[in-house]
Structures are given as structure tokens and as C-alpha cells.
Design a protein around this ligand. Structure first.
Ligand code: HSE
Length: 436
């Protein structure tokens, strides 16, 4: 499609997995994008660490440089896509782009989770916008959904599978019986994992995304480091089998829910009932379930990692910026105001069912000792499974317990009590359970 309207010139900063995908989409879908934006969007310049590397992109060599200044100082460029991960130099680059009057689109959630308030404040002072749909849940338009489409609702809760890499690992282990290290390597090869994959598996990435979503949904700024976080490193195939036996799968679930004017938040491996949308979220897919007071429960599902799903969100933000929608959203949602009150995270107390795996010495009286401790802490048991020991009596066997709903603090105290007793061997595992 040709358009007589003046083209918009874009700078792409970072030509890694996502940056290359963005250039590819802008070039290969140029006609469609021109129709959506009402004018052509041209990649004027790109910045990367190694301009000589062949990425198979249709970019003239003299338009690719290592110098951010080639984008920030080019007055023909009005929009910059900042697709560099990590905190530095990404933070300095964002500042330079904003100072030089560029609207910025980014996929960098670590940067927003860490420095969001100051960067948003700078953008406001400069009359610019920052759009960040790609920073959370890859291709799923969840930022727009919360910030715009659900604006009439008081959000009651958010539950999300927000890290594609860890979901890919958990579902491959579960479906193929594959080993953890082997699947992590595969996730890296497919371009899902962060440069430092520890951030995927230890829950950091999901927690940073949850902090951004919670700010949009609840209007409070929660420093991501204060959100209780457990990664998937401790999830083994035995734990998956125990969960399956009870009708559940294990997923890394990020939760933020409002209760009595406070916000309870956490990221942790969680049992999700087989057949529910979270449990059926497999591979690098992400999912977000939101409850709004007017709309009720909504469910979003889509690819949360990978080149083109993330590029899809970045290019949509570029189009929104070009047509002026991003500026309106940025102004009206008031996201990440520097002066927003810190959230009062209500401890980590949520009332939920819990799954316990306790490795006990197989001898008389042990079961009553464990159930007795749970009773002392006011915790009611829904079911107990103990398999026949594989070895001789007196060995160590796993005891799998499902509780009725109880508070997080009570169950944690009970587990600490159990683990300090002389009938267990090793630390117990305690996971929250979601039935819907
Ligand atoms: N490493 C991230 C994930 C990519 O696995 O979800 C998108 O943030």
C-alpha cells in the first residue's frame, strides 16, 4: 500500500531476538502497518553491539551503529523502540532518548520495575510517552486490557503465569518427563529465556511483571523486591506426580489480590486444578486471569515469550504512539507516578488450600504426630496419601497432605514446627492450591 502521508521514522535500539523481530515485522508487514497507522513507519536507524553481524535484516549497513546518539540526535526520528535488556545501559539510553524528545516503546520490564517512577516522571516532564505492552506477558495485550479496556472496574485480583521459560520447563518436565537442565537449554535455544536465565527460574522476571501489572491495576507502586517470591528450582518430577495424583498441575503463578484495603502479593509454584485455564497453559504460553468488580473473571492466554509474539506487542505500541493513542493512555492511566503510595503488602497472608509434602520416617505414631501439629495450628486436613514404602519399614516415605483453606501464616508456622520435629527427614514442601 502506498500512502501520501509523511512517514514516521523510528529508531530501533537493540537488535537481539526482540529487536530483530521488530525490524522484520515493520519491514515485512509494512503495507498492513501503514494502513493501521495511517502513514508509513520506517526503520530509520538501528543501534546494536555488533553491527557487522548478519541478522538477515533488510537494513542498510550505514544505518546501523553502536552509538545511541545516532538515534537520539537524529531529529527525523520521533519514536525509539528500546529493546535492550537489563538495567544499564538501558536506563541511560532511555533517559537520553527522552531528553532528546523521543517517544519510547520498550519491552524491558526489569528497567520499569526498578526505575519506573523516575523514568515516567521524566517522560511526563518532557511531554513524551513510554509504552510498554511488550514488557508483560509478551504478545498478550494485558497492559492495554487493564489500563484501558477494564478502566471502569475495581480490580479484585490478578493471577498470572507470566514467565514463558519457566512454564515451558514445567510443562515439558510434566509431559515428556524431560530433565530440568535439558529443558532450560531448549528454552534458551528458542529465545524465550532472559540473558541470565536465573531470572526466569527464580521468579524474578515474573515478580517484576507482577509489580508492573499491580501498579496498573491497583494504582500502587510496590517495589518488586518486596514481593514474596519462590522460583521453580525446587520442583521435581516426584512433586509433579504427587500433584497429578490429586488432580493438579504445578505452575509458577503470580498473584496480587485486594483484601481489606490491602494488597496480598506473591510469586510461587502453585497447584492448579487440571482442566482450569491456568493448568491448561503449556509451553511458552502465558495466562492472566483478572477479576474486575463489574466484568467478573476474565482470562487472557497467549505466547508470553519469543521473537514474534513480543515483536507483535512492540509494533502495536509503535503504531499506538504514531497515531497518538499511547500519549493519551500514558496521560490518563497515571501509571507509575513517582508519588503513588507504596503498597501495603499484607504480609503474605491469603486464605487458601495448601499442599504439603513431608518426608517422614516410616514408623508407628508418625502420621498422628504430623496431623497433631497441623491441628495445633488450627489447620484442617482434607486428605492424606502415603504410598507403600519401596524399601524396608523404617525408611523415609513421602506423606502428601491436602489441607482445607487456611491462612499462609498459620501453615508456614505449622510447617516450620513439623520440620523441626524428629519424625521428618529433610525440608517439607508447602504450595498453595488454586481450584478455579
Ligand atoms: N524470559 C521471559 C519469559 C521473556 O520467559 O517469559 C519475556 O519477558
Amino acid at each position: 500500500m502506498t500512502s501520501s502521508a509523511k512517514p514516521v521514522r523510528v529508531g530501533v535500539v537493540g537488535l537481539g531476538t526482540v529487536g530483530s523481530g521488530v525490524v522484520r515485522l515493520l519491514v515485512e508487514s509494512a503495507d498492513h502497518i501503514t494502513r493501521q497507522a495511517g502513514r508509513p513507519i520506517l526503520v530509520e536507524r538501528a543501534v546494536c553491539r555488533d553491527p557487522a553481524r548478519d541478522r538477515g535484516l533488510r537494513l542498510p549497513a550505514d544505518r546501523v551503529s553502536t552509538d545511541i546518539g545516532t538515534v537520539s540526535r537524529d531529529s527525523s526520528i520521533s519514536v525509539a523502540a528500546l529493546l535492550v535488556g537489563g538495567l544499564e545501559p538501558a536506563r541511560s539510553m532511555m533517559v537520553e532518548l527522552l531528553e532528546n524528545g523521543k517517544d519510547v516503546v520498550t519491552a524491558n520490564k526489569a528497567l520499569l520495575a526498578e526505575h519506573g517512577p523516575e523514568l515516567f516522571e521524566l517522560a511526563r516532564r518532557k511531554g513524551r510517552s513510554i509504552a510498554f505492552e511488550a514488557a508483560v506477558a509478551g504478545g498478550i495485550p494485558i497492559v492495554a486490557a487493564i489500563g484501558e479496556c477494564l478502566a471502569a472496574n475495581r480490580i479484585e485480583s490478578i493471577r498470572g503465569i507470566l514467565n514463558g521459560t519457566s512454564n515451558f520447563i514445567l510443562s515439558k518436565m510434566e509431559e515428556d518427563g524431560a530433565g530440568y537442565a535439558e529443558v532450560l537449554q531448549l528454552a534458551q535455544a528458542k529465545g524465550y529465556a532472559e540473558a541470565d536465565p536465573a531470572m526466569d527460574v527464580d521468579g524474578t522476571d515474573a515478580t517484576q511483571k507482577l509489580a508492573i501489572l499491580a501498579h496498573l491495576a491497583f494504582g500502587v507502586w510496590v517495589p518488586w523486591g518486596e514481593i514474596p517470591r519462590t522460583g521453580i528450582e525446587g520442583v521435581d518430577s516426584d512433586l509433579m506426580s504427587h500433584a497429578a495424583e490429586l488432580g493438579y498441575r504445578i505452575r509458577l503463578v503470580a498473584v496480587a489480590s485486594r483484601s481489606d484495603g490491602k494488597l496480598a502479593m506473591r510469586v510461587a509454584p502453585t497447584l492448579v486444578k487440571i482442566g482450569t485455564p491456568l493448568a491448561e497453559t503449556r509451553g511458552a504460553f502465558n495466562a492472566v486471569s483478572i477479576v474486575g468488580d463489574a466484568v467478573g473473571r476474565m482470562f487472557f492466554h497467549g505466547l508470553g515469550a519469543g521473537q514474534m509474539p513480543t515483536a507483535s506487542a512492540v509494533v502495536a505500541d509503535i503504531i499506538d504512539t504514531v497515531v497518538g493513542r499511547a500519549a493519551i493512555t500514558f496521560r490518563t492511566t497515571g501509571v507509575l507516578d513517582a508519588d503513588s503510595p507504596a503498597a501495603r503488602i499484607s504480609g503474605i497472608d491469603m486464605t487458601e488450600k495448601h499442599f504439603l509434602r513431608v518426608c517422614v520416617n516410616d514408623r508407628p505414631g508418625v502420621l498422628s504426630r504430623i496431623t497433631g501439629i497441623l491441628g495445633e495450628h488450627g489447620i484442617s486436613i482434607a486428605s492424606v496419601i502415603q504410598h507403600d514404602p519401596s524399601g524396608a519399614a523404617g525408611g523415609v516415605v513421602p506423606l502428601v497432605i491436602m489441607t482445607h483453606a487456611c491462612g499462609t501464616t498459620a501453615i508456614q508456622k505449622a510447617v516450620a514446627h513439623i520440620d523441626a520435629s524428629d519424625v521428618v527427614s529433610g525440608r517439607s514442601v508447602c504450595l498453595s492450591v488454586l481450584d478455579d
